[in-house]
Design a protein around this ligand. Sequence first.
Ligand code: HEM
Length: 399
Amino acid sequence: MMKPYLLLAFVSFSYAFPTSSWDQLSHRLMETRMKRDIHGRQDPVAVVTGLTQIPDADHPFMAPGPTDQRGPCPGLNVLANHGYLPRSGIVTQADIVSGVSEGFNMAPDLAGFLSLVSIAYDGDLVTGKFSIGGPDSRTSLLGALQNILGVEGGLDYHAGIEGDASATRDDAYFGDDHTMIPELYAQMKSIAANYGGLYTLEAMKDLQQLRHQQSVQTNPTFYFVPLASALDIGAKAFITVFFTNGTYGDGGVPNEESISSFFGAQLLPNGSYQFVPERFPDNWYRRGTPFTLLDGIGQILDFYSTRDIPFGGNAGAVNTFEPLDIPALTNVNGMACFIRDAIQANVPSSVSQPIQVVEQVISSVVSVVDPLFENFGCPAFNASETQAYAAINELQNGS
Ligand code: HEM
């Protein structure tokens, strides 16, 4: 509803100005309003009518304690910092599905898929738990003894589902793949500046291409292969479609005020940034419609087909990028089936479990993933993709 003082202003202006002046004035007012929005002072009521404000009173911010796990995903970190996920950062699939739905309106099929692959690659198949940060004996039935069987690395574990060319995290080659790097945050902000300060999907696509180029040029072990790389692309889209204040495309404003709070990027007087624990911005409203697995795959395809970001890897030295030898990915079903196959084709080389349980990992993941992907009409598993992966892995290993 229009606020009374705005209504009054409208009435008196319309008496005072002839139509053409009124047109000019209303145009100027609109411009001022847009500038205000870009700088983060948008009126949340006007933008977000009908949406749910997050966090609610039951989910106050609390900085993580010394034993609480936090990792490469700002979305999960912020949910844990507000208690939408267990504050310990040790989670189950059920925790994730309800937490991401309540906090961000992520649909259960996408949340189910992401948590399932996290358990399989980075967590414990028996307890169904994983750590949203580093390895932690609390994920395993066997506790510390689990290390004999294989590391449950948590989301920090590289090449499980954590990948290279991330928005604000370094490649694992440089040491730490999970901490927000202020300089990378500033780089992302400078790309948004090309789009009027807004973190739009186009801006995030530019960022993906830049991070891909930077990894080719600086990381001899750069590895950009699904599953991790597809999720890495999807995560760039998440910045726009989830962190925006309100539904993107329907009044949402992906501005600096929202985005910096989610990344824990605190601006210092000298213009640089420092990391502080992630928190929901003030006056923030989650998107109005659930974001599904189909939406996510659609975004990955859109990024992949509109920017130069091929799947593949460097062959042990910088600037030696070899693309993965796969058929062109031109539609959502093709991309969906390729991602599904990647789980089967590439699991043995990347899963954080000993070889004895790899078979078990594959069959349990595939049996749960397949029903999620059944609407995409995927043909039976394409074994030739295994060869493409084997070739790229050999290149990487120098054999
Ligand atoms: C549902 C379970 C989820 C899992 C298992 C998960 C896992 C991950 C992982 C492993 C990464 C690192 C990817 C990489 O190295 O490139 C990541 C990054 C990211 N995630 Fe999540 N995520 C989940 C949900 C979410 C949600 C709900 C959001 C947003 C609301 C989100 C936003 C992001 C963003 C923006 C990044 C990129 C961070 C960066 O590169 O700087 N994620 N996530």
